[in-house]
Design a protein around this ligand. Sequence first.
Ligand code: 0A1
Ligand code: ZN
Length: 877
Amino acid sequence: MRDAQPGNIYLKDYEVPRFLIDKTELRVEIGDKDATVLANLTMRRNPASNYQGKSLSLHGVQLELQQLAVDGRALSKAEYEVNGEELLIHRVPDNFTLTSEVLIRPRENTSLEGLFKSRTMYCTQCEAQGFRKITYYLDRPDVMSEFTTTVVASKSECPVLLSNGNLHDWGALDDGRHWATWHDPFLKPAYLFALVAGDLSLVEDSFTTCSGRDVALKLYVEEKDIEKCGHAMDSLKNAMVWDEEVYGREYDLDLYMIVAVDDFNMGAMENKGLNIFNTSCVLAHPSTTTDDGFKRVEAVVAHEYFHNWSGNRVTCRDWFQLSLKEGFTVFRDSQFSADMGSATVKRVEDVNMLRTVQFAEDSGPTAHPVQPAYYMEISNFYTATIYEKGSEVVRMIHTLLGPELFRRGTDIYFERHDGQAVTIEDFVAAMADVSERDFTQFMNWYRQAGTPRLSVTSDYDPQQQQFSLHFSQSCPPTPECQEKQPYHIPVSVGLVTPSGDLPLDAKGNTTQVLEITQPEQTVVFEGITEAPVPSLLRGFSAPVKLSYPYTLDQLSFLMGHDSDGFNRWNAGQQLSIQLMQALVTDYREGTPLVLDQRLVEAFAKVLAETDTDKAMQALVLMLPSEYLLAELAEVIDVEAIHQVRRFMCRELGRELRDTWRATYLANSEKVFEMSGAAVAKRSLKNLSLRYLLNGASDDSLSLMHTQFMEADNMTDRLSALNGLVNDPREEARPLSEQALDKFYNDWQHEPLVLNQWFQTQAACVLPGGLERVKVLMEHPAFDFHNPNKVRSLIGVFCNSNLINFHDEAGEGYRFLADNVIALDKLNPQIASRQLTPLTKWRRYDLTRQALMREELARVLAEPGLSRDTYEIASKSL
Ligand code: 0A1
Ligand code: ZN
């Protein structure tokens, strides 16, 4: 156990900074062993602070202080002290220059926070609080400064030297080193600082902004990856145009740089003018990257670009406001992706993720509001709640205001707060001002954790021609709040009849947004001449758990007739969920499983459609995941959920065998294409092949094997590999082993492809999963220091392999705890994230609960545990 237990930091304790840093001049000299950082900070007392004292407290972590001076005078040891993560200078004037020199050790920095080495390059990660690992500073987002950075390093080892802003000057030294000075004219907090030094190749392009300025676009990657940059560059240019057109936002510097690194804790980082990306979110080529991988690159490139306004020009006052930039930026990137492809497909993907990951988070021990009231370690708050639920909350504002008013709101927000560090309240105030609406109740979405339940019933009165909807809302207690205030919920509805949607107003609109604000509320529609089936929460207009007593026939009807594409998909999902839940009960009771023919008919109908988008068709035909069913269950019965889903896949595969085969053949193309239509075809084709395999049709193995051997793109190849690896038939084993070997041999020099190879095996549902993973941990291509590898093997096994991870002997839990303990010593951020599956112990049966808790307790008892892992483990027990 640690000596002192870390405590919480509270939003209510926020104070403005006592001092400000107008100018930050850094000189970072990178040597063979270590690096020195010389900082010159032009500081002054903050006129907005009522602090009267004379002392100055700065943040600093793992810094070896060499020199410290105020206004050029070196301080004696008596004039300052270093206490843990704080440097306290006892007396400073009102205006002064603080000079410090520290030594840091980037080569030994395995936390990947601060300055670290990844393969051949040095780079930084400063969000949220990594800058304090580079120099002593006021490392908080409301201290914004003008940065000038000189990077010095060996010219042969690090020919490329980068930092934020524009290149100001450069030169060579006599000893084989060279230097470059960068100047960023925009004020920014330290978390947006970046520096890169390494041997990198460059892909260049340019963009002319709406006002006619030329911007140089530079993508820096390792030489071997130079062919994989085209998609990211195209995505960047598309995002730049889109932000001008949709939000009126123009890029502001003359240069936009992206650097790809292999060792990175997250997806990417929006440092001003110098984004740093995990290679997995920027490199793409059809031979190495799946269609989903391409989509992810497009979305992440856009996300980081959009941060230039939502995050950088207007930043967060403190870390409790994290969702101000993240929720809004995720909303912006989801709108962008919807515009680049199919809006309904994008919505379905987002809602699936929200329902499985965020809803689970919201009902567990780490549940927190979109604007948390306290935290122990901010790195733990880069969560689905801050990002995805935060985006849903912004989407609801968009729904309530409509696109025009919303745009006026964002214009005012950017104009009012340009160059400032602000709060979520400031964002909402801009929306309230343009719409003259009252957002007081709406703020509950930001301040209360938990997923609201919305129960709906209906009445039809043919005499009065009235159709009524009764809404009843509630929200379960969460750790920070037992009693919830009612939410302001926008519920988008339509009334569907066999002849189409009924008009709901004089203009003939068939969708209406109801505003539910009361615990119980009734809405009456007049002039309704026949009993409709209500289509509720169209487009998933609010992040709630909706229930309505739909019959299976009504759901089948909505699947075929709802004019809202999202709700057609959703009706299919609800239909499958109802049937699966009933089968789970049958399985538990030992009743033989029988598939309801209505699902087979519904699937057959969808397969027969010719005018539907094929990507949408594939999504409708995809059964809800095991994890979605788990999230919905009272007590998660691992075995029952797994067996029922497999049973359904098998039966659907068998009963519709000929149709799957025909669909597979009809959507197979000779020549690879990267268009939206081709991607859609591939998804339907690969789904069909998977059902053929599930249905164990005789030819399915050979079709799968042929596809694997002959594929000219990673989507088809990997899909076939996945099918082979998960096929339970004996005769599949040699084929699957051969395929895995071939895949490895063909792609062993591509780290990103090897991640997929690890993932495929980690997710394999056949018995013996843990043993396979343990063997793979010893594979030379596995690297415990590389977060992508850890996520691909340990992360996928523990988060995406329900049946194997939760094996009732508890070995999976022990494995995870052992690895979290080991990882915590290297990289606390990754360790604490990996711990998530164990935190969900309350959802399982008593035997598993005990085993999971035991492992959590073992983690918590580990001496010297990081604040990151301590917070998650202690909150979960
Ligand atoms: N702001 C980045 C995410 C990010 C957060 C933390 C990081 O290091 C701990 C890195 C990146 C984004 O939203 O893309
Ligand atoms: Zn972000």
